[in-house]
Design a protein around this ligand. Structure first.
Ligand code: PMP
Ligand code: GLN
Length: 382
């Protein structure tokens, strides 16, 4: 049989799978792929159980269970002071990755340019390319990972269809400021550029920083598709459920893609979430809960050879080893799994050309005992 012509000839297996497999193979502590190792809230588990027992087991409406889309609209109004229409502006999806893919598929025509910032979450570029779009990659400044807006301005042209932003940022933990939003507003004003905003870490933000969601800015929201993940918010990454909120016209196009892909999202989980979303403290306490973990991990790593970079959000903390070795970050990360029993993610995987500043990403959404054990192992690295 002939080998099929690849639509993504330069795409390999995602680094998250590679590092998790290595972690399993070497029985290493997995601080690589981003997922919690502690239990999720039992109240949410019970709410989903209850929904199943009550018979909510058939297809839900393609846009989502109204009780959930309405609870989301209420939450958005409470947090971001913007009234959005649950019926026409919110769609429940099987996760944020799916929402981002659907958003890009809905708007990109072959040859359209999409601006994104590197390091970039690894699905963005293949999502653009499979739709015939052209990724326009702009590096964030190193080591503070800020957006160089003057370069964005230079790259904008008649072919620019969209710009992807991600705050709090994976993999670096950088957070947009009010000034970043103002710069974005100035760039978008008077254009047809769509903003795809990846806000899966909206609640994981530290050090008194505020999350400047696109949802706070009606002028931006109209031209945006904003993606969220319940997996990240409620420590249930395996459930693969999230949502997209956005401008009405864009949402109409988004739904045309969604209806012939997944069509709809797991019904009982939606009913469970609709009930649980009313529990404000569950999401409002997340920032301090996760900041404690970041601080605990940073303290545990003090005195090791690794140098922390600033992280003010997400559940990732980056460390540099540039002062120690010249070895490329992927082989260094492999060495750490094999010789020291700790899995991480090398940051070069978030750059299309494999740019390598000798930085590794560690996920600290773990029990303290896990973080402590990992830090003990990492203290042995010289
Ligand atoms: N965007 C970013 C920045 C992420 O870190 C993740 C990882 N979970 C996702 C999107 C995908 O979220 P989900 O698991 O809901 O698809
Ligand atoms: N978002 C997670 C991370 O950055 C992983 C998701 C995945 O494995 N695709 O680690």
């Amino acid at each position: 049989m002939q080998v099929p012509k690849s639509k993504l000839p330069h795409t390999g297996t995602t680094i998250f799978t590679i590092m998790s497999q290595l972690a399993q193979q070497y029985k290493a502590i997995n601080l690589g792929q981003g997922f919690p190792d502690f239990d999720m809230d039992e109240e949410l588990v019970s709410a989903v159980n209850m929904a199943m027992l009550q018979g909510h087991n058939q297809y839900a409406h393609m846009n989502g269970v109204p009780a959930l889309t309405e609870a989301i609209a209420e939450k958005i109004e409470k947090l971001y002071h913007t009234k959005i229409d649950a019926t026409s502006q919110v769609t429940i999806t099987p996760g944020a990755t799916y929402a981002i893919f659907s958003a890009l598929s809905a708007i990109i025509f072959p040859g359209d340019e999409v601006i994104l910032f590197e390091p970039a979450y690894d699905s963005y570029i293949p999502n653009i390319e499979i739709n015939g779009g052209v990724p326009v990659r702009i590096p964030l400044t190193y080591p503070t990972y800020q957006v160089p807006w003057e370069i964005v301005l230079e790259k904008i042209n008649a072919k620019t269809k969209a710009i992807i932003i991600n705050t709090p940022h994976n993999p670096t933990g950088a957070v947009f400021s009010e000034e970043d939003i103002t710069a974005l507003q100035q760039i978008i004003a008077g254009t047809n550029i769509t903003v795809i905003s990846d806000e899966v870490y909206e609640h994981l933000i530290f050090d008194g920083f505020k999350h400047h969601s696109i949802l706070k800015y009606p002028d931006l929201l109209e031209n945006s598709l904003v993606c969220f993940s319940f997996g990240k918010t409620y420590h249930c990454t395996g459930w693969k459920i999230g949502y997209c909120a956005g401008g009405k016209n864009l949402m109409q196009e988004f739904r045309k893609v969604h209806q012939y892909n997944a069509f709809t999202t797991n019904a009982p989980v939606q009913y469970g979430l609709a009930a649980f979303l009313r529990n404000e403290t569950a999401y409002l306490n997340l920032a301090s809960f996760m900041q404690q973990k970041r601080d605990f991990f940073l303290r545990a790593m003090q005195g090791s050879v690794f140098q922390p970079l600033p992280s003010h959000g997400s559940y990732f903390q980056c460390f540099s080893y540039a002062h120690l070795h010249d070895e490329n970050d992927f082989s260094y990360a492999q060495m750490l799994v094999k010789n020291y029993g700790v899995a991480t993610i090398p940051l070069s995987s978030f750059y299309k050309n494999g740019d390598d500043n000798k930085v590794l990403r560690f996920c600290f959404a773990k029990k303290e005992e896990t973080l402590l054990k990992a830090a003990e192992k990492l203290h042995k690295v010289k």
